[in-house]
Structures are given as C-alpha cells and as structure tokens.
Design a protein. Structure first.
Length: 318
C-alpha cells in the first residue's frame, strides 16, 4: 500500500476504507502500522480480535502501537463527537473497524461521519474508518463517499472527488424520516404543556414502562429542553407525544415554527465566543441532549418536530 496522500499531509485526514474480508483489512492496516512505528508516530488500532491478532503477528509489539477493541454497537453519535478529540489527541494514526450500523440508526451515523471533519479539523491525525462492504447498501456507500475526503482504493489512498463539505451534506440530510411508531396513536398527547408539566409527564410515563433510572433522567432533561425551545423559539401550538415499545420510549415535540436553521445544531458544542446570547441557550441544550438520548429532527410545511428516544433493555431489567 502506498500511503503518500494521507501520510504526506498535515491536519486531520479522514479516510474511508471499504473492505470485503478480514484479510483485505489486514493488508491495509499492516503497512500503515509499520510505517507509523518506524516514524515513531503513536498509532491506535481499534479493531476486532481476529484483526488484532493478525496485525500484531506481522507488526509485533511496539511502544508506538496501541491495539484496543473496536466498537461492537454504534452507540450515540453525540458521545462519539465529544470523545473523539480526547482520543485523537495522543495519536498520529488511527484505524477504527466500524460496527455494523442498523438501517434505523444510519441517518444519525452519517451525520456523525460528516461532522467529524469539523470537530476534529484542528487535530494532526490520519484517521481511517474501515467498513465491511458486505454490510452496506449502495445509499450507505454513497453517504460514506460524501463524508470522507480521502479514500483507500486499489492499494493506495487518494483524494475523494465525491466528498462534500460537511455543512452542505448536513443540509441535504437534516430531515429524518418519521419513526414507524409515529404512525401509530400516541399513548399520551399534550397540547402546549409547560416545561414542568412535560418533565413530570415523561418521568411518570417512563417509570411506568420500567425505563432504567438513568435513561429516565436523560429523557426528562431532553424533553425539558425541547419543550422550552419550542415555547421560546417556535410557534404555537406545541404538542408533546409519547409512545412506549419493548425496546424504547419515544417522545416527540412539535411546533408550527421553522425549527433550527443551522444544520450543525446539536452536533457540535456551542461556541461561547461567537454566541450572541450569554449563558445556557438552545444550542447547549441540544448539544447535551444528543449525548443523552437518540435525537432526530424533521422540518416540514406544518412545522418542526424533534424526536427523542431512550433505550429500554429488552429483558425489562434495570
């Protein structure tokens, strides 16, 4: 593998690798790791056990090579955005063997891939996102090409002509499709609730459906922020709806206003220097909410909806 396109640059280099087998992944990672060790560049491999074993067998141990387990579940994108700068601060090269992303979680995952180009732009790190091509649909592949400036192809890494600026990509994909549960009658529907009423209603509902205590607190906080934002920045009426399913509790807050116009809202922490309003505001609340619960946004001619979901253990235990 020739690594001049990425290794010869400075700054954050976000590369896509689509592989069809563990062997193909190992053939990419081994030269990258060897080069990093030889250049005394701290290198981090977040990979699965079979990949780790194969790479270490060929590269050998080194104080400049760290191998840790890859994610097995996607998790919440907001948490990844918050954690990534701390993780990358100590490494010049990183490979992450990505988890399989369920289609229902893909809309938020592709937003994560886009926003990382901004969140990590000040880091001098070559980061490779390695996806198993067999787990991806063609639209997923198109999204990955649009969110990675570099691509590994034909044994080398090169600039990706299909890459889109993150803001442009996020504008195109700011509207999440309705969750199937939204097509059913809600268990609870309130018009113009106060934040206090919204908090109490969601807390009772979530406890009744045996949501774990931490998830209840997270959902209550996110609902409070959503209702407060709708009352302060949206247009009446504000409608709160709740649903329960075996695996999650879902809340939507809808108002007839246009909703946030910034495609980055909630995906990046608010900038206290550029903020025109001192103190906590809607940007901070949405940023925190994205880390605590699953968040999706939808703008349509009738107004704006934010959907919040908290995970319920399938076995019903806390």
């Amino acid at each position: 593998m020739t690594s001049s396109a990425a290794a010869g640059q400075r700054g954050f280099r976000h590369e896509l690798l689509l592989h069809r087998s563990t062997q193909e992944l190992v053939e990419f990672v081994v030269p990258m790791a060897r080069e990093g060790v030889a250049a005394l560049e701290p290198t981090l491999l977040l990979v699965r056990p079979d990949t780790a074993e194969a790479v270490l067998h060929q590269v050998g141990p080194s104080p400049y090579l760290t191998v840790q387990p890859a994610l097995t579940e996607p998790g919440r994108p907001g948490l990844h955005v918050r954690a990534a700068p701390l993780m990358l601060a100590g490494y010049a090269r990183v490979v992450h063997q990505e988890p399989v992303i369920p289609p229902s979680q893909w809309p938020q995952w592709r937003r994560l891939e886009a926003v990382l180009n901004l969140a990590l732009s000040y880091h001098d790190t070559w980061a490779v996102c390695a996806y198993d091509r067999g787990t991806l649909t063609e639209p997923m592949v198109a999204d990955l090409h649009a969110t990675h400036p570099l691509i590994a192809q034909d044994g080398s890494d090169r600039h990706n002509g299909r890459y889109q600026h993150p803001v442009d990509f996020l504008r195109q994909h700011r509207n999440a499709a309705p969750d199937p549960v939204e097509r059913t009658a809600p268990a609870v529907e309130l018009a113009d609730p106060s934040p206090t009423t919204a908090r109490a209603t969601v807390a009772r509902f979530a406890h009744h459906h045996r949501l774990p205590a931490g998830e209840v607190d997270n959902l209550v906080f996110a609902t409070h922020e959503a209702v407060t934002n709708a009352l302060m920045h949206g247009r009446p009426p504000t409608v709160l709806r709740l649903w329960a399913r075996p695996d999650r509790v879902t809340v939507t807050v809808t108002d007839t206003g246009p909703g946030p116009t910034d495609p980055l809202v909630g995906l990046l922490p608010p900038d206290p220097v550029s903020s025109r309003v001192p103190g906590p505001g809607p940007r901070l609340g949405l940023w925190l909410s994205h880390q605590l619960v699953d968040v999706a946004h939808r703008h349509d001619p009738d107004g704006y909806t934010i959907r919040l979901a908290a995970i319920h253990p399938v076995d019903g235990t806390d």
